[in-house]
Design a protein around this ligand. Structure first.
Ligand code: 5GP
Length: 180
């Protein structure tokens, strides 16, 4: 069975790009596709980036015990459907892009999971990147920055902390950490 690799980091830190670079370098990595009640952003594909579901459907999945973990943040539900993780883990290592509440739940259920926290070069740079993405409404920026500060404070209990100064370099660093 492959490893469970949890990647966390504040919104805007560039996790998505780092994850894509990791997957381009290693063919035995599989991305865990989360379910969310958040609407898709331009370019996001249902079933690839997320499973976009209604609140009713999400709650039904919780009730049926289909979520490996879930959390409500940024006014939406996000969760990891259990079945696909088990399926992918039979083929290779599984990458989960989830925030600290979910990461803690994964670690409690799977102590062997490797938790990696990605930090921005600075808080100013994070805010600049978040605005630069142009996909987050202004009233959401302040909420996301508050949340980001709380998330960054959680890095102390992660197994590894890496800085995303360059996505390719950061991806290499994570790959070498998890190979050890
Ligand atoms: P976004 O809305 O920017 O795609 O994601 C917001 C946050 O939700 C990110 O920190 C991301 O890591 C987290 N997230 C995405 N999927 C899941 C999930 O399945 N479970 C949990 N707990 N968090 C998730």
């Amino acid at each position: 069975m492959g490893k469970l690799i949890v990647i966390s980091g504040a919104s805007g830190v560039g996790k998505g790009t780092v994850v894509k670079k990791m997957m381009a370098r290693r063919k035995d990595l599989y991305f865990s596709v989360s379910a969310t009640t958040r609407p898709p952003r331009p370019g996001e594909v249902d079933g690839k980036d997320y499973y976009f579901v209604t609140r009713e459907r999400f709650q039904e999945m919780i009730r049926r015990g289909e979520m490996l973990e879930y959390d409500e943040h940024n006014m939406n539900f996000y969760g990891t459907p259990r079945a696909q993780v088990e399926e992918k883990r039979a083929k290779g290592h599984v990458l989960l892009d989830i925030e600290p509440v979910g990461a803690r739940n994964v670690k409690n259920n799977y102590p062997e999971a490797e938790l990696v926290f990605i930090m921005p070069p600075s808080v100013e740079e994070l805010e600049r990147r978040l605005r630069g993405r142009n996909d987050t409404p202004e009233d959401q920026i302040a909420i996301r920055m508050e949340r980001a500060k709380w998330e960054m404070a959680q890095r102390t209990w992660y197994d590894h902390v890496v800085v995303n100064d360059d996505a390719g370099r950061c991806a290499e660093e994570i790959l070498s950490l998890i190979e050890k």
